[in-house]
Design a protein around this ligand. Structure first.
Ligand SMILES: NC(=O)c1ccc[n+]([C@@H]2O[C@H](COP(=O)([O-])OP(=O)(O)OC[C@H]3O[C@@H](n4cnc5c(N)ncnc54)[C@H](OP(=O)(O)O)[C@@H]3O)[C@@H](O)[C@H]2O)c1
Length: 182
């Protein structure tokens, strides 16, 4: 499946590029804005069905458990150096080299792979050039501080803008392909 497999990083961000508030609250992910010309969202369950594997850092995993698991029964791999216990059958853990993880564990087994954060893991995937696409959903809010989306990638990378969609609640989704050269 390697040739057809794609690793997409997806994050939701404020306009000032924070993906989480310092206190971890997520109320800002619900927008009260309204943009008449915007698109309506696809049903979340239908969307999740098209994904073959979710990947996340342990902090995102622990936060998702407290919020209510949004990833259904889709296979999910959590990166952690700790011996965490899986609360769900669909969850496995991995620790170690990310090149090996992507090439030996993810790509041979899954086609549509979504890395859903957090910032620490997304940064490593981008820095090591292990992702194919980045989808960033920008909410109509300035948070002022918090956890920053991609800090200090340490290398320039060219992107190709594949798609832009604005939604009725004012969220704008930007889809990029990471160019293999540059
Ligand atoms: N707005 C959004 O789209 C979005 C998306 C996701 C998360 N978030 C928020 O972001 C926050 C969490 O983000 P974060 O950047 O602090 O953390 P994170 O990226 O979710 O998790 C970092 C942890 O992942 C583990 N890890 C990373 N690379 C590893 C490797 N190669 N091998 C083994 N383990 C590895 C380590 O876990 P151990 O310490 O266990 O070893 C590390 O501490 C939460 O508040 C969450 O709600 C927001």
């Amino acid at each position: 499946m390697t040739d057809m497999s794609k690793v997409t990083i997806h994050m939701v961000s404020s306009l000032d590029f924070f993906i989480a508030k310092k206190d971890g609250s997520v109320s800002w992910l619900q927008s009260s804005d309204s943009y008449e010309k915007g698109a309506t969202y696809e049903d979340a369950q239908e969307f999740v069905k098209r994904i073959d594997c979710f990947v996340m850092g342990s902090r995102t995993y622990e936060h998702a458990l407290t919020l209510g698991w949004p990833y259904g029964d889709v296979p999910t791999i959590v990166l952690s150096h700790r011996a965490l216990r899986a609360d769900r059958e669909s969850v496995e853990f991995y620790s170690g080299d990310l090149h090996k993880f992507v090439n030996d564990r993810l790509k041979p087994n899954y086609k549509n792979i979504w890395v859903v954060g957090g910032a620490m893991l997304a940064r490593e995937f981008i820095r090591l050039r292990l992702a194919d696409d980045i989808v960033i959903s920008i909410m109509p809010i300035i948070l002022g501080d918090g956890i920053r989306f991609v800090d200090e990638i340490e290398r320039e990378q060219d992107l190709h803008l594949k798609d832009v969609t604005a939604y009725k609640d004012g969220m704008v989704e930007l889809s990029y392909e990471i160019r293999k050269t540059g």
